[in-house]
Design a protein around this ligand. Structure first.
Ligand code: B16
Ligand code: MG
Length: 223
């Protein structure tokens, strides 16, 4: 069986469904300056850093803020988000993803996290899966957000693995673009019609196995 040397997992939308909490917090934040954020707009914010997300919302709303106000809105949004995620527990991991990661790890594949979230490590700890990761890259470590490839290249560099031997699992268009720019094979998690740039798309992890990955990884396809 030919498996990649490294698998990099996005967090929000791949390991756990925290997008709904980001949405609730951004919706409340935008409401404070009289703007109604839509679910479609939230979709476009997936994988986008906190500050870039607020910059997008302000652009949509046609509002300019002073730097201190901008920082305050970011901090308030994060406080709400932290409140919403406070009860996350191992049962909140998305269906099939943890058994899938365990299988890969048992077969010697290195496991990394590639998330834009500054709260990623906290969430991984709450899910009880920190020991599964050989390296964690989160929003505190990157200078350029997705679609820049930095978030994924940091892992392949740190774990001394060429990008061509790495596979990225991503649910966001910007994350898939980042993976392709990094020169990595990428598997979109979600609906194929919404995930351009993915080499292949899985609707979810369900009962996916290391063998399933070996099959599609050795036979790259563009969807
Ligand atoms: P934070 P991912 C991303 O996580 C989310 O998709 C995005 O909605 C969020 O704005 C970003 O993290 C930053 O999160 O405010 O917690 O630092 O999908 O890259 O795991
Ligand atoms: Mg995501």
């Amino acid at each position: 069986m030919s498996l990649p040397q490294l698998c990099i997992f996005d967090l929000d939308g791949v390991i756990v469904d925290t997008a709904r909490f980001h949405y609730r917090a951004w919706k409340k934040t935008a409401g404070r300056f009289g703007y109604a954020l839509t679910p479609a707009q939230n979709e476009a914010l997936k994988g986008v850093s906190r500050r870039d997300s607020l910059a997008c919302i302000l652009k949509w709303a046609g509002i300019t803020l002073q730097k201190d106000e901008f920082d305050t809105y970011c901090d308030e949004k994060n406080e709400m988000y932290l409140h919403f995620i406070k009860d996350i527990s191992p049962e909140d991991a998305l269906d099939g993803v943890v058994p899938f990661i365990r299988q890969l790890k048992e077969k010697g594949v290195k496991i990394a996290l590639g998330s834009a979230s500054k709260n990623a490590r906290t969430i991984i700890e709450k899910l009880g899966i920190l020991p599964l990761f050989d390296y964690i890259v989160d929003g505190t470590m990157t200078t350029r957000g997705k679609p820049h490839p930095e978030v994924f290249l940091l892992s392949s560099n740190h774990l001394d693995t060429p990008p061509s031997s790495a596979v990225v699992f991503e649910d966001a268009v910007k994350g898939l673009q980042a993976a392709k720019k990094a020169g990595m094979f990428c598997i979109g998690i979600g609906k194929a019609s919404e995930l351009p740039f993915a080499d292949i798309v899985w609707p979810n992890f369900g009962d996916k196995t290391a063998e399933d990955l070996a099959r599609c990884w050795s036979k790259p396809l563009t969807v």
